[in-house]
Each structure stands twice: as C-alpha cells, then as structure tokens.
Design a binder for this molecule. Sequence first.
Ligand SMILES: [Cu+2]
Length: 147
Amino acid sequence: MRLGAYRRFSGLGGLVAALACVPIAGCGESHANASASRTIAVTERDFHIDAPAKLASGTYTFDVANLGVTDHELIVASTPDGSLPLRPDGLTIDEEALGPREPGALEPGGPGAQRTLTVRMTPGRYILFCNMEGHYMAGMHAEVVVR
Ligand SMILES: [Cu+2]
C-alpha cells in the first residue's frame, strides 16, 4: 500500500499543478469553461459507490460523502476498455500501472467524512473506485461515461 499512497500523492500534485494554470491560460480550454466547475454528489458506503453514470465533458467537483462505517478512498481512473489492472495480491488495483490515467484521488476518509475532489473530465470512460484492501473487489466501483 506504501507505493500506492506515494502514487496517489503524485497524482494530487499533478492535479494541483493543473488547477494552478487554469486562471493564467486555461490550459487550452476556453476561458468560459475554465472557471466553471459543476458539483456532483458522490456517496460511498460499505461497499458501494453512488455516482452519475453519465456526464458531459467538463470540470467537476465531486462532493464525496462517506456514509459507511469504515475508511474509504475515492480514486478517478480512465479506462478505455472498462477494466482496471489488479495487483498480484488480487485485492487492490495496480495504481502504478495506471500512470496518467488517474486524474484525481482522495486519500482515505473516515466515517462521516465530507470531502471534495475537483477533476477535469475529458470524453471517455472512467471508473471511480476505492482501493482500500479488498474494497474494489467488494463492489466499491462506479463507471462514469463522459461525452
Ligand atoms: Cu473503501
């Protein structure tokens, strides 16, 4: 799990860098779109994630509520074929193998935690998941198609 934590930290750094450049140049987006972030409710339970199945492309702030009784992460990964690579332990997703296909992640949050994660969602197929040991396999994943 240590490497996974490091990988997620790097991903957050990239997210911060991406956000930092929005006010300056918009990162290639139009200025009208660069500042707009829509808020979407995401609910985590033991062991389920509720999120919209379809979204229009754009920047979203996921308002993440942990209604479970154990800690949960929220990781956003793009997945062209709808699958994610498992580590040899068979219990967690290999986030190192995802590389840049992980545009955003929240570290574990405790029961009752309410947190936000802002991610730019370009068209494609994504999976929101929790990578605490065994949680993905137990059902903590939700597919989101962005058009
Ligand atoms: Cu979890």
